[in-house]
Design a binder for this molecule. Structure first.
Ligand code: PEP
Ligand code: MN
Length: 360
């Protein structure tokens, strides 16, 4: 029996794919557009529907959602099409309006997860309610905030909790609208092995062309499923027009994905052998790192005796250049080596700085 606080989300209907799939427009714009999207998705077996009614927009003057008026559109989709419809809530008033309308599948957006005040307000409004709640990661790459929000919701009695990885805001232009920083959802999964984590390739990619690549990556990272923005005429969508897919394009994409995260992985002998090799190398790495730290400490003692600064920029520069050169001959990636050696160097500086009496 798992001792984790969180349990995998289950639904009474099965997904047509070997992973969870949630789809629907970024925003509910009109009743027709919302219903038509849902109808096309349902015809292809998709039962979990998304559409935002309240839209957090970066700048004033853009479409801010249809608000509570759309709640009856979502209810109609649930009742007539047998789907489960979810929307974003960002305040106690949103939660109350949803519960009154009978909408009990909700998500918390990235901007809200970033604010513990807002999360607490939502948690109070949801105390003891039977809802399914997905928590998107905060805009900033802070796993503690993301996990903290999940814990706050768990503490008010919400059992049906899941997470959504929608990437992280960074300054400057990368290939993606939001950097995936996969190590963060991977660490969340390590801490909570049972937690359902959906990938949100639409908000990571920011453009249609990159959505398939990010879907494949999300499944390779063993996320539990995907939330993908879908619109009957994406080019004229009122929000996130560049990243939405038609229902037809979505199905072509889902059919092409090759990873099956829910399939049990009875490890092959070959896989176990290779993993034993990795374990052995990691142990050697640890012994080598420990030897390296001992040398760094001895160097620290000499520097202290001679009143020399611990950080010697010229030495660090030539060391890094030499390691990168050798690494490139060994076909190791430069960005990775750069990060690795700056970590190692930082740790070396740290052990030299600690007062020697606390050293062993
Ligand atoms: C959305 O899902 O449309 C949305 C606003 O997402 P996020 O909170 O991830 O920006
Ligand atoms: Mn969106």
């Amino acid at each position: 029996m798992s001792t984790d606080l969180f349990h995998a989300l289950t639904f009474e209907y099965s997904s047509p794919y070997p992973f969870l799939i949630c789809a629907g427009p970024c925003s509910a714009e009109t009743e027709e557009q919302t219903y038509e999207t849902a109808r096309q998705l349902r015809a292809r077996g998709i039962r979990l529907f998304r559409a935002s009614l309240w839209k957090p927009r970066t700048r004033p003057g853009s479409f801010e959602g249809v608000g509570a008026e759309g709640l009856s559109w979502l209810r109609r989709i649930e009742q007539e099409l047998g789907m489960q419809a979810m929307t974003e809530v960002a305040s106690a008033a949103h939660v109350e309006a949803c519960l009154r309308a009978g909408i009990r599948t909700l998500w918390v957006g990235a901007r809200t997860t970033a604010s513990p005040f807002a999360v607490s307000e939502l948690a109070e409004a949801l105390r003891g309610e039977e809802v399914t709640l997905l928590v998107k990661n905060p805009l900033n790459p802070d796993l503690e905030l993301w996990e903290g929000a999940l814990l706050r919701f768990h503490a008010v009695g919400i059992e049906r909790l899941g997470a959504v990885h929608r990437g992280f805001s960074t300054y400057g232009k990368g290939p993606y609208r939001n950097a995936p920083l996969w190590q963060i959802p991977i660490e969340l999964r390590r801490r909570h092995p049972e937690l359902t984590i959906l990938g949100d390739p639409s908000h990571i990619a920011g453009c249609r062309e990159l959505v398939p690549l990010v879907c494949q990556a999300a499944l390779e990272m063993n996320l539990s499923g995907l939330m993908i923005e879908t619109h009957p005429t994406p080019e004229v969508a009122w929000s996130d027009a560049a990243q939405q897919l038609t229902p037809e394009a979505l199905i072509t994409l889902l059919d092409s994905l090759l990873i099956h995260p829910t399939r049990s992985t009875a490890d092959s002998t070959e896989l176990s052998q290779l993993r034993r090799g990795i374990d052995h190398i990691d142990r050697q790495l640890l012994h080598l790192l420990s030897e390296r730290m001992k040398l760094a400490r001895s160097i620290g003692e000499i520097k202290a005796k001679d009143h020399l600064p611990i950080v010697q920029p010229e030495r660090y520069r030539t060391l890094l250049e030499e390691r990168l050169r050798l690494g490139s001959e060994l076909a190791l990636e430069e960005g990775f080596l750069h990060e690795l050696f700056s970590c190692i160097h930082e740790a070396s500086v740290h052990v030299q700085h600690i007062p020697l009496s606390t050293d062993q």
